[in-house]
Ligand binder design. Structure first.
Ligand code: SF4
Length: 332
């Protein structure tokens, strides 16, 4: 059986169910790289250009891992458009070139352009992949099952089953589902807003989601907001980037009076251009609603102790604010 590798990074956290199912239905054994760990991060830092953001460096580390697994190909799409006016960040657009320029001894790359500006684009892209990589296989059945898998994943996210758990059928991970006792003692609602590949990569963010739940918070993320809800929030002009729009509009969603959260944590990464705008816009939005916001900026040097201290202090402040232990004016 042929083997295809999928890096557990970037687009993985949003689209794995579709692509995993599609390749498996085409008769491939799908090899998913493990959870990010120190070895993968170090390898990514070594292979990638120094001025890249840490998620893209981590992506290089996952590709390097897969290259050592005797796979017949690595799935490395150029993510251009997910069906709206916005494109993905330029680093997504140039991903195949970046990897090929900085890494050697790679297996063949499945380097396809994912541009879903027309409703039929995904279907024809999948057909093209099947013809080139799995001639003779039943394209229609593989495509339909992949669509169903993706829909089930989106529904699980909306129900609050965070990505670690919702991806379990494809990765076998234990998952990151809240334990019953964690949910019971939850008193605070905190929106953790950031790109899925930083919010759900526990190594990169120092186990942020689990830590918040242990501190008694119910966690809400941007990808838990149904797409139809995000579409309701119109801006004078949308941002250029797909994930940035998602994060900002999710911020507006979690700040609505009927579901207003107690606080927002904006998870950002050093050297991220789009986040410079999203962060400021979220800050202004939260300020207008009187909701405290803290920004955590991650890079490969981020220390666990520093993160823990900031998170604990923020949660403590929110708890005191909620119980009236003290009254503070947020954002100065
Ligand atoms: S949006 Fe930011 S964090 Fe994501 S790939 Fe682009 S520069 Fe990196």
């Amino acid at each position: 059986m042929k083997r295809v590798g999928i890096p557990r990074s970037l687009f993985f956290f949003t689209y794995l169910p579709f692509w995993y199912t599609f390749w498996a239905e085409l008769g491939y054994e799908v090899v998913v790289s493990p959870l990010t760990n120190k070895g993968i991060l170090d390898k990514g830092v070594e292979e990638a250009s120094t001025d890249l953001c840490v998620p893209v460096k981590v992506f290089h580390g996952h590709v390097a891992y897969l290259a050592g697994q005797q796979v017949d190909a690595i799935f490395l799409p150029r993510m251009v458009n997910a069906g709206s006016q916005a494109t993905f960040c330029p680093k997504f657009l140039a991903l195949p070139e970046m990897v090929k320029c900085s890494m050697t001894d790679l297996p063949p790359l499945v380097e396809v352009r994912v541009d879903l500006t027309s409703p039929w684009s995904l279907r024809s892209l999948c057909h093209k992949i099947q013809q080139e990589w799995a001639p003779g296989k039943d394209f229609g059945a593989a495509y339909r099952r992949a669509v169903l898998a993706q829909e089930a994943f989106q529904a699980a996210l909306t129900r609050g089953e965070l990505v670690g758990s919702a991806l379990k059928p494809y990765t076998g991970d234990e998952g990151d589902k809240p334990k019953a006792e964690e949910a019971l003692k939850s008193e605070l609602d905190i929106a953790v807003l950031g790109y899925p590949y930083t919010v759900h990569d526990a190594f990169l963010n120092g186990g942020l989601l689990r830590k918040l739940r242990r501190l008694g918070a119910r966690v809400h993320t941007a990808d838990m907001v149904p797409i139809r809800e995000l579409r309701r929030y119109r801006m004078h002009k949308d941002l250029f980037w797909h994930y940035s729009n998602m994060v900002f509009k999710a911020g507006k969603f979690w700040l609505q009076p009927e579901r207003r959260v107690d606080g927002i944590i904006h998870v950002s990464t050093f050297a991220c251009g789009p986040d410079a705008m999203v962060g400021k816009m979220l800050e202004l939005e939260a300020k207008a609603r009187g909701v405290p916001l803290i920004a955590l900026t991650l890079d490969e040097q981020t220390g666990q102790a520093g993160l823990d201290t900031r998170i604990e202090a923020f949660v403590d402040m929110l708890a005191r604010r909620k119980t009236g232990a003290y009254n503070i004016s947020v954002h100065g």
